[in-house]
Design a protein around this ligand. Sequence first.
Ligand SMILES: [Zn+2]
Length: 557
Amino acid sequence: MEFRRPSPRTLFVDPAGRGWRMSSDALVLLACAWFVAMGNAGFWHAWLEGRPLGSPGTWAQFGAVAVALFALHFAFIAPLANRWTVRPLLSLLVLVTAFAGYYIDRYTVYLDPSMLRNVLRTDVKEARELFAWAMLPYLLLHAVLPLWLLWRVQPLQRPWLAALPRRVGLWLLVALAGMGALWSVFQDAAATMRNHREMRYLITPGNVVWSLATVLGQDTRQATRVQQAIGTDATRTARSGAAGRRPMRVVLVVGETARAANWGLNGYSRQTTPLLAAMPDVLPFRQVTSCGTNTEVSLPCMFSPWGRRQYDEARIRGSQTLLHVLQRAGVQVFWRDNQSGCKGVCDGLASETVGKATAPDFCDGERCLDEALLQGLGPRLAQLPAGDQFVVLHQLGNHGPAYDHRYPESFRRFVPVCDTPDLRRCSREQIVNAYDNALLYTDHLLARAIDWLKTDPAGRDTALVYVSDHGESLGENGLYLHGVPYAIAPDVQTQVPMLVWLSDGLARRQGIDAECLRRRGLQPASHDHLFHSLLGLLDVQTSLYEPSLDVFAGCRH
Ligand SMILES: [Zn+2]
């Protein structure tokens, strides 16, 4: 670092005359040291877990890992930095590191590609709910302070060619230091990374850059190709064409962030589903596993024929879904959304997002309560072409962290509630209370929907299926929200509630035995069953259909 009086022509002159001047490489060095030291609390916490803190060996390894991380970041950033780019580039990385570090620290999120995709698809409303005033002091230290320092520095202007030998020499030196450090801890680091592969997604800002590049790569590949058609042989079964048969309306409610552990029908100690529990013809499925731990993974997966058992994200995203197969067979499909869209599942099909125009009773300027999904639904569906209907209602459900925004005042029954998105400032009891109140409201929504289907004015045969997209952590083991990589996700994030309700007419015509189905509900099931079960329920046949994955198949007589 050199301190020199700035020349009169320089732009960023400190009024006191102490303009700092530094080469772009020196700035990158300082920034990388800052990232490793200040931006990676989550990573260090995970790395130190289970190691003897009193042992000098631990700290020697700690130092070596720090040097290796430092060198790794330097190797990627330094070649992109010159006297014009260095400050904008580092500013961006400082901001990314500050925000990522905050959420990793607060909620233990892993910024892998699927989490980043979730972040990128977050709308402004969701982002606003994640913002907490508690962020301000954190951002002051982790963003404002380094940015202020960074922009006080004037990058040195050296002729490109003259600077090159020095630059290359420095890069080699850092690379050597990094490799030496890595070598000294290689065996231990490799074992740790093998056993905790997801830990690399805590390394900030490398995690964000890596995940962003992965997602952009996937999206560009996808943008250039249309969804692959599936189930092109789909037709209705003979049963659907039987004489005197009444039209059918099947509603699938896709829940959000509801976990099985807190679901009254699944035996939770607190009754969070009083209305559904009082309906004897509601058939719960009590051991259901989700395909993913976030919406971006679960939604496309649950509507695909392959699901988790043959999970291939690119294939699933690049292909049509259950909805296209049903529509092709002649079922009228309609998607109604109260969240951030159907994630490609309903591309090209009839859909709408609820809002003030469709549901003035349940929407303010920003958000809608889930009952907005039902308001005006009958008249809207009457506009669809005649025939059998399959309707998806995509809830906002228990979307966190602002659980207390998910229900009207009358559902504030478990108190006191957590009323800030900064969950760590609430007691566990307050968080669970707010979360459970939101489940009470979903119970109300589903009961209302079933009542509406029961008294269908056109005398249709009706059914309702409800399943949540993934679960949620409410502070167990220091975890909050969801999105932990699937392989290490706790059960609370992957065990979800599901239920089926069939009108008498539909059960009779399909020959489904309700008691048999109730017993089936005690057996394990998963999102993988959804595609095949709904094909069966809607009398659609295609070579994609696998009877072993149809939960109704064994209960037809
Ligand atoms: Zn979700």
